[in-house]
Ligand binder design. Structure first.
Ligand SMILES: *Cc1c(COP(=O)(O)O)cnc(C)c1O
Length: 465
């Protein structure tokens, strides 16, 4: 299996190289050169497998010769052993024809664990084969940082340095990062905003000597391996509802478009998916696109669902490339002008193609709170603000021919204030995090300068090895 860039000007790479590289050299995103495709008999044969086994089978279609299936089976078994539900990704019924699949039973209580946990193992495996190491530097406003730290903690070939804006993340989210005490984990509290943190990370990557010396790498959602690792739970849900003999639909609370792109990929591989619903908050660029072909950047407004507070959805580029029938030159042209003008010019027929499969619904904070209350009162279900938006989108677009499965992306205990406001109930943290507020925190406060970050990264790397 080989991977090509959506902008057509980067080297063709294998799975392991794509894993370590992340973003393509030409600024594009990597996609499989050809999509694996399963026959109805092959889908049928996957029914009933435990989640880690299924994940290994699906991932093996993407790793090609780089990692064999037996190794993948071991890595997936380890990756999902720490989840606190025996089904790993259980499905619950909410209403007639409307279901929720919970993706938040991992160590940090958000769906990012689904991919990050296996990515940690994949990195370790590939790096030990190459006898190499990498330094992961990332900025976080919440979920990504803790998922990356949990996935990499204690791994000798990985140093992980996460920048967060001091005093500007929720206390649960900060403590999930800062209470991890490992030689290879460094938390930097930056005296600045999330945007400052992102700029500082970019500055580290832009210094090519530093980048090379430190073996910098990224684990953000443009990494293809993260998308690949998100395909299995869509397959798992669909098979449980009777696929390949039964169609299903999915509704996904969406930010960077990585999660829902994995559902699209499952369909591309032959899984019978009839509709994909995007849920947005007031940062509704995708919903505006789907409803009116209006993909225009706006300033980010903070919301009850912070992990969906985005200006652009980076993974949309992968869908665009496919909708353009893989015309890399056209994709590069559209993306470059989008970056400079803030408006994406999507040809009318390409937009129509997107609409045959995707629908979008945006909820503001008041509607999100009302949806959380409604779910609690009517279905006795506690959905966090992100998940509630996905469920609302699923309800709007369900039809009687295919079960609608909304994915729940965070545990309600991650957003206690919103849950109390909507339901009066303060959801308890799961047992493994019950003492989170009494654990000691480890972090370093630094000014928002590139020199301070680079010094901290050098020290962190020296401490790991
Ligand atoms: C990251 C995240 C999302 C958005 O997922 P994308 O793949 O970026 O679309 C939604 N909900 C939660 C809780 C998240 O952490």
């Amino acid at each position: 299996m080989r991977y090509i860039s959506t902008r057509g000007e980067a080297p063709v790479l294998s799975f392991s190289d794509v894993l370590l590289t992340g973003l393509a050299e030409d600024g594009g995103l990597y996609l499989p050169q050809t999509w694996p495709s399963l026959s109805p008999e092959e889908w049928h044969a996957l029914r009933g497998l435990p989640y880690p086994e299924l994940a290994a089978r699906i991932l093996s279609l993407f790793t090609g010769d780089d990692i064999d299936e037996a190794t993948l089976r071991q890595l997936c078994a380890k990756a999902y052993a720490g989840f606190d539900h025996p089904a790993v990704v259980p499905v619950v019924q909410l209403e007639n024809g409307l279901f929720v699949q919970e993706l938040f039973h991992g160590p940090t209580l958000a769906f990012k664990d689904m991919a990050m946990q296996i990515l940690g193992h994949l990195f370790e495996h590939v790096l030990s084969e190459r006898d190499s190491h990498v330094t992961i530097v990332g900025a976080t406003s919440g979920d990504t940082g803790s998922a990356a730290i949990e996935a990499c903690r204690g791994r000798k070939r990985l140093s992980v340095i996460i920048l967060h804006p001091k005093g500007r993340t929720s206390e649960v989210q900060r403590r999930q990062m800062t209470t991890v005490h490992e030689a290879n984990v460094t938390n930097l509290a930056v005296e600045g905003t999330f945007d400052d943190c992102q700029d500082l990370v970019k500055a580290c990557f832009a210094d090519l000597t530093f980048r090379k010396d430190m073996h910098l790498s990224a684990v953000n959602s443009i990494n293809w391996a993260r998308i690949a690792a998100q395909i299995p739970y869509y397959v798992y849900a669909a098979l449980n509802f009777g696929a390949p003999g039964q169609d299903v639909s999915f509704a996904v609370p969406t930010g960077n478009f990585g999660n829902i792109l994995a559902a699209w990929a499952a369909r591309k591989m032959g899984l019978p998916v009839s509709r994909l619903c995007v849920g947005s908050n007031r940062n509704d660029i995708l919903t505006r696109f789907l409803n009116k072909n209006d993909m225009t950047m706006k300033d980010v407004v903070p919301s009850l669902s912070p992990s969906m507070d985005i200006q652009v959805s980076s993974n949309f580029e992968r869908l665009l490339f496919e909708l353009l029938d893989r015309d890399a030159a056209a994709c590069a042209r559209i993306m470059t002008s989008f970056r400079s003008s803030g408006h994406m010019d999507v040809p009318e027929q390409t937009w129509e193609k997107a609409r045959t499969l995707f629908s979008g619904l945006a909820l503001d904070d008041a509607q999100t709170e009302a949806e959380i209350r409604h779910l609690h009162q009517n279905s006795h279900y506690m959905a966090d603000p992100h998940s509630a938006i996905g469920i609302a989108a699923g309800r709007k677009f369900r039809d009687k021919n295919s079960p609608m499965i909304a994915v729940a992306t965070a545990h309600p205990a991650k957003f206690p204030d919103a849950m109390v406001a909507a339901t009066g109930i303060h959801p308890a943290l799961p047992e493994h995090l019950a003492d989170l507020f009494s654990r000691k925190e480890y972090y370093e406060t630094i000014p928002a300068t590139a020199d301070a970050v680079k010094n901290a990264v050098r020290t962190a790397v020296a401490n790991t090895h």
